[in-house]
Design a protein around this ligand. Structure first.
Ligand code: NAD
Ligand code: UDP
Length: 311
């Protein structure tokens, strides 16, 4: 059945893929964005669709629309961008959550929060199951994002418990793919852009820190399944459990692009997590056997193809 769906942060990297998929499935989509890190170019192909509506709006201000579902994706996700104005980042997560929960309460919509593996901080438990409470510095460089997202989870749970709002929480692990901003600053886009331009590939620290990289299509599939699953509110991890060091990631990108770029090492940012890998058993069990299908080399190849066109 056709639904009216609000996607906040819809002009961003993940939001744009989500809007496209939801429209393709026959829904009406309102895409709300303030274009802080997102871009109209990500959704320009959708503008001809009469069931697509684009709204310039900041999620820290209340917003009203009659909708059935809300995907709350609005928030800068790259450390460079969320640290640019840390107070605004906290406001976006916390006031954005309050505004979207208030809207969901009023119109009786189901609302899904894009939370993050950052709620686990620099984890002492590896891989990370949803039951792990995390190891987060409350006053560090990453706190505006990590604690903002943790507080948003708290708000989602409390609106659910106190006001019976129909919520879903997903914890997204490092996700990459087409429509990432070339200046995004996250590792996959940085390395690919550097490789394609023949510039030095900048590994922060010794490159032994790990991340688990998920291709965006796998995330979108898991996210939509979570939104449409009954009797399970999460939080649920959505990520690819294959774990790589940043050195391995750089080597893969060097091989796939055939670049002559050299690896250089820059200082490791403070509080940079040493390891990250999702335990996805809960997602598999609750989301109809969901698991990532696209592995690193295939996903990187598609992403390299995209960046070759846009830079
Ligand atoms: P992104 O920066 O490409 O997208 C975020 C979008 O939100 C942008 O279009 C931006 O302009 C918009 N936005 C920011 N602040 C806003 C505000 N105050 N009002 C309205 N719009 C605002 O990042 P992304 O990777 O697509 O991330 C989307 C969501 O997923 C974010 O909430 C992020 O925290 C979460 N997430 C992403 C990852 C990942 O690896 N990509 C991992 C964990 C969580
Ligand atoms: N990183 C890097 N070079 C870059 C950008 C990032 O080595 O040009 C490292 C960063 O220090 C971190 C990892 O890559 O250890 C992932 O960083 P990203 O900003 O993509 O995401 P997050 O740290 O939030 O997982």
């Amino acid at each position: 059945m056709k639904k009216r769906i609000l996607v906040t942060g819809g002009a961003g990297f993940i939001g744009s893929h989500l809007c496209k998929r939801l429209l393709n499935e026959g829904n009406e989509v309102i895409c709300m964005d303030n274009y802080f890190t997102g871009s109209k170019s990500n959704i320009v192909d959708l503008l001809d669709n009469p069931y697509f509506e684009l709204v310039r709006h900041d999620v820290t201000h209340p917003y009203f629309a009659e909708v059935d579902q809300i995907y709350n994706m609005a928030c800068p996700a790259s450390p460079v961008h969320y640290q640019y104005n840390p107070i605004k980042t906290v406001k976006t997560s916390v006031m954005g959550a309050i505004n979207m929960l208030g809207l969901a309460k009023r119109v009786k919509a189901r609302v899904l929060q894009a939370s993050t593996s950052e709620v686990y901080g620099d984890p002492h438990v590896h891989p990370q199951p949803e039951s792990y409470w995390g190891n987060v510095n409350p006053i560090g460089l990453r706190s505006c994002y990590d604690e903002g997202k943790r507080c948003a989870e708290t708000l989602f749970m409390d609106y659910h418990t106190s006001n019976k709002v129909d919520i879903r929480i997903i914890r997204i692990f490092n996700t990459y793919g087409p429509n990432m901003n070339p200046d995004d600053g996250r590792v996959v886009s940085n390395f690919i852009v550097q490789a394609l331009k023949g510039e030095d590939i900048t590994i922060y620290g010794d490159g032994t820190q790990t991340r688990s990289f998920q291709y965006v299509d796998d995330l979108v599939e898991g996210t939509i399944r979570m939104m449409n699953t009954d009797n399970f509110i999460g939080p649920v991890n959505l990520g690819n459990p294959n774990e790589f060091t940043m050195l391995e990631l750089a080597e893969n990108i060097i091989e796939l692009t055939g670049t002559k770029s050299k690896i250089i090492h820059l200082p490791l940012p403070k509080d940079d997590p040493k390891q990250r890998r999702p335990d996805i058993s809960l997602a598999k069990e609750k989301l109809g056997g969901w698991e990532p299908n696209i592995q690193l080399k295939e996903g990187l190849t598609k992403t390299i193809e995209y960046f070759s066109k846009v830079i």
